[in-house]
Design a protein around this ligand. Structure first.
Ligand code: GLY
Length: 349
């Protein structure tokens, strides 16, 4: 069984293993890090139905005591009530600092497990086992953890790195085309922001999943190592997200994260020439369409502007956008809010 390993050297160093059918190797990956211990698995109802028993079987057959906590699938589960319930579950399992939490699922599960790990006993180890393409290339790597509160998404969280990421790409075979496509938006994002070679490779579909996940993870690793706590270059990973979050919010979250990011990347591409950067709009639109993204945006400049102003990425009287200069090179551009408003009206409506 072959797999690739990417090492992250952040405040905590850890390996990310990527390969097809490597879930059975998880105990072998864990053992050098933890020895004998108890593992508390957090998963969601969809993943549990498909793979929950398999994972528990792999862990218990290897001699680990494993307990499982299941939350309903979907973003609504990333809430304070579930966080508290899971923390109580960890206490009921008598999890200690020698034990670990395993996040088995997509971004919601990974975020909730990571934040629980940061909080419980003031910090226990956790392991990411992503099951979606989006979690594999983005949320399982880099240590951003959070829950949503009524005031907004991801407003309560912590930077807290996992001790291990085990990405079995075969688990993605059962993803719906829509959820898989959500991950493709993040993959395309990496090509635009930092890797023209990856972008070119994505013109051939379907892409080689293992190699593309590994390349995205390398890019994210390089960014996180330079700016773990998101004070500078890590902001590039938000390409398409500032506009995308506004679209998600305006749609009452009926537009999925990936679809909103795809629309957001295209708006950013159209915005770039107004700031003296390049124009990749035609090329990017063609690639996104190739992946089946609907690129229409039914919101006015005014609606987008209002939704973005309450976004936590705005600082003072300025807004920072990630804009492409060329394919493979994006820049952080900070504009006064008024100038942003005027320019947005020039490209939308
Ligand atoms: N998902 C963006 C980041 O990890 O910074």
């Amino acid at each position: 069984m072959s797999y690739q390993t990417i090492r992250v050297e952040a405040s905590t160093g850890y390996d990310i293993h990527i390969g097809r059918d490597i879930l059975s190797q998880l105990p072998a990956f864990i053992r050098p890090l933890l020895g004998e211990c108890r593992l508390a698995v957090l998963t969601d109802s969809t993943v549990d139905e498909l793979y929950g028993d398999k994972l528990i079987d792999i862990l218990t057959s290897a001699g680990y005591a494993a307990d499982k906590f299941v939350i309903p699938a979907g973003e609504a589960s990333k809430c304070a009530d579930n966080l508290l319930e899971f923390l109580n579950f960890l206490a009921d399992c008598r999890l200690t600092r020698s034990d670990a939490i395993v996040a088995f699922g997509g971004g919601v599960v990974g975020d909730m497990a990571g934040l629980s790990a940061a909080l419980y006993l003031r910090g226990v180890k956790y392991i990411q086992v992503p099951t979606t393409l989006l979690a594999a290339v983005d949320s399982s790597v880099g240590g951003k953890t959070a829950i949503d509160i009524p005031a907004g998404k991801n407003l309560v969280g912590a930077f807290y790195q996992p001790r291990l990421v085990c990405c079995d790409t075969a688990l993605m075979d059962t993803l719906s085309p829509e959820i898989y496509r959500d991950g493709c938006a993040e993959v395309i994002k990496y090509g635009v922001i930092l890797d023209a070679g990856l972008y070119a490779a994505l013109r051939e579909t379907p892409f080689n999943r293992e190699n593309v996940v590994a390349r995205c993870v390398q890019i994210k690793r390089d960014v996180v190592q330079q700016d773990e706590f998101d004070n500078g270059i890590r902001g590039l990973l938000n390409f398409g997200h500032t506009f995308g979050h506004a679209i998600e919010k305006l749609s009452n979250f009926t537009v999925s994260h990936g679809s909103a990011v795809a629309k957001g990347m295209l708006i950013a591409a159209r915005f770039a020439p107004l700031c003296g950067l390049g124009n990749i709009t035609t090329d990017l639109a063609a690639l996104l369409e190739c992946y089946g993204f609907d690129l229409s945006c039914r919101y006015s400049a005014e609606e987008l502007y209002d939704a973005m102003l309450s976004d936590k990425k705005r600082r003072g009287g300025n807004i920072t956008l990630v804009l492409p200069r060329t394919i493979g090179h994006c820049e952080l551009v900070t504009l006064p809010i008024e100038e942003f408003h005027d320019k947005l009206k020039q490209i939308i409506d």
